[in-house]
Design a protein around this ligand. Structure first.
Ligand code: GDP
Length: 535
């Protein structure tokens, strides 16, 4: 029997779409985000979000670090309504110095938008983030940006995605011209040509002339050569391209592709419209009670990210929770699965850019920010009703390693407390040398920024000054069979043996080549770039 509350939750799930953007720095993520907000009616003029961000930075000394570096450490959740849909954009940190949070955010996302620069195609950070999406079989929507500048041939870009990522492609729209001659796109859904006009810096929605393919007025608007080229390319797509297949899109095997220019707003609205139709709604999540459908009547969720000191005045921490099932209401009292504690969630928040607003209710697919009195760790489950725990979030392969030293013996306690708390919080991974004589913890991170944040916070919050002694490794592999498996193979050349915080063996290599060599020399050794989830 469906209860009233389940009907309500179902209706809310039906109109929710949640996604994260994966891209390489400079591909245009900030620009596209702004334009999505512009079309979503959340802002009225592009540029507003950045301005707001800048003001916010000035009020916080933690943010001063971001400002100095001109980067965004924090990630926010942007929520807006469009066509009666509630869209949640989980904003991943955007700089090259990205951190594990970038990966973790994908654990809370139902869809990913892969943003490419048309001149560059696939870039390293996008590839790494794609691997995480692939692991979770997330649907991936590709937006090929900057078509207003000279770029690579559209067909070549599709080919690269097919060959290098093993994803089938289905272009939903097709560009008409490129660079100075980029006139618009052809929408294959409605079989219509959209010709755009550029507005100053694209701060307003682009004017759009819509024509059917056979419309005689096309000649007035479009040079003949562009029109013939378009027709030829469309015929080619029909002949050799894949057919649209929703099952394949939803299981992450096929990517719908869109061409456009975020800066000039070309193709942004068409993208948003198709995305709403094609994207996955919030779905079920695997737990100790089995697969939990979103309309399960009790509220449950998991912590995917912790953020410290977003507001210097409060010196607080915020735990970001992905709502998986049920309905969340302010002042709810929930259970914390790992510790068995009962917690009243009295000050829930949602975040719009850097601004906090308190929330009253939330549904599956939403993200809520909870003030964290030190209870929450990454991957923790909170629940109402019957006890359950979600799968947890794995540790991702770190690429930077350094001994962390405490030069001041009188600060021994503060140093260890800080290191242990920052590890629990998920700010960085901590490993130790297998050689017992080396007692200093090894910081293991996916981005340089994590080191800086850890050192900064140890000094600021724990009063512990630290020194870093970098290690020359860039690849980490967990030994799947544990110590027994490792001991059986004997010495491995060009590898350092360390243990993670759960005393599991990890091999560190200087480069991929050494890693592959070890795998070749010891085929019986099973190595994994992602640590098993600790439950
Ligand atoms: P992010 O690092 O991915 O967030 O990239 P930004 O949104 O900050 O964009 C990087 C640069 O590319 C900025 O100078 C943007 O103005 C520019 N840019 C973004 N989108 C477009 C586009 O569609 N066309 C052109 N020509 N430039 C763009």
């Amino acid at each position: 029997m469906t209860t009233e509350i389940q009907t309500e939750i179902q209706a809310e799930v039906e109109r929710r779409r949640n996604f994260a953007i994966i891209s390489h720095p400079d591909a245009g993520k900030t620009t596209l985000t702004e334009k999505l907000l512009l079309y979503g009616g959340a802002i009225h003029e592009a540029g507003a979000v950045k301005v707001r961000k800048a003001q916010r930075h000035a009020t916080s000394d933690w943010m001063a670090m971001e400002q100095q570096r001109g980067i965004s450490i924090t990630s926010t959740v942007l929520q807006f309504e469009y066509n009666n849909c509630q869209i949640n954009l989980l904003d991943t940190p955007g700089h090259q110095d990205f951190s594990e949070d970038t990966y973790r955010t994908l654990a809370a996302a139902d869809n990913a938008v892969m943003l490419e620069d048309a001149a560059k195609g696939l870039e390293p950070q996008t590839r790494k983030l794609f691997e995480v999406c692939k692991m979770r079989s997330l649907p991936i929507f590709t937006f090929i940006n900057k078509m207003d500048r000279p770029g690579r041939e559209p067909l070549e870009l599709l080919d690269e995605i097919e060959k290098e990522l093993g994803l089938k492609t289905y272009p939903v729209n097709w560009p008409i011209g490129m660079g100075d001659r980029f006139k618009g796109v052809y929408d294959r859904r409605k079989k219509q040509i959209h010709l755009f006009e550029r507005s100053a810096h694209g701060s307003r929605e682009a004017l759009d002339t819509v024509l059917d393919l056979g419309d005689p007025r096309i000649e007035e608007f479009l040079d003949q050569d562009l029109y013939y080229q378009l027709k030829e390319e469309l015929e080619l797509l029909e002949e050799v391209g894949s057919e649209l297949n929703f099952d394949e899109i939803h299981s992450g095997k096929m990517t719908p592709v869109f061409f456009g220019s975020a800066m000039t707003n070309f193709g942004v609205k068409l993208f948003l419209d198709s995305f709403l139709d094609y994207a996955l709604k919030p779905g079920s999540h695997l737990s100790t009670l089995g697969d939990m459908p979103p309309e399960y009547h009790e509220f449950t969720g998991f912590v995917f990210k912790l953020q410290a000191n977003m507001d210097a005045k409060h010196r607080d921490r915020v735990a970001f929770v992905r709502v998986c099932t049920g309905k969340f209401e302010k002042d709810m009292t929930v259970n914390h699965a790992r510790t068995g504690k009962v917690i009243r969630l009295s000050r829930p928040q949602k975040l719009f850019a850097q601004e906090r607003q308190s929330i009253e209710i939330a549904y599956p697919g939403d993200v809520i920010g909870l003030n964290n009195p030190g209870v929450f760790a990454i991957g923790d489950t909170i629940y109402m009703g019957k006890k359950l725990e979600y799968e947890g979030i794995p540790c991702f392969s770190p690429e930077l390693f350094a001994y962390l030293k405490n030069p001041n013996p009188s600060k021994f306690k503060q140093f260890h407390k800080g290191v242990s708390e920052l590890r629990e919080e998920g700010a960085v991974q901590i490993m130790f040398s297998a050689d017992e004589s080396k007692r200093d913890p090894i910081l293991a991170a996916v981005g340089q920024l994590q080191f800086e944040v850890v050192q900064f916070r140890l000094q600021n919050e724990y009063g512990a000054e630290t020194l870093l002694d970098p290690l020359p490794y860039s690849v980490a592999r967990w030994v799947t069979g544990g110590w027994d498996a490792l001991n059986q193979v004997g010495r491995i050349f060009n590898a350092a043996v360390v243990k993670d915080s759960w005393n599991r063996p990890v091999l560190l290599f200087k480069n991929d080549w050494n890693c592959r060599q070890a795998e070749g020399d010891h085929p019986e050794l099973k190595l994994s770039s992602i640590a098993p989830v600790v439950s």
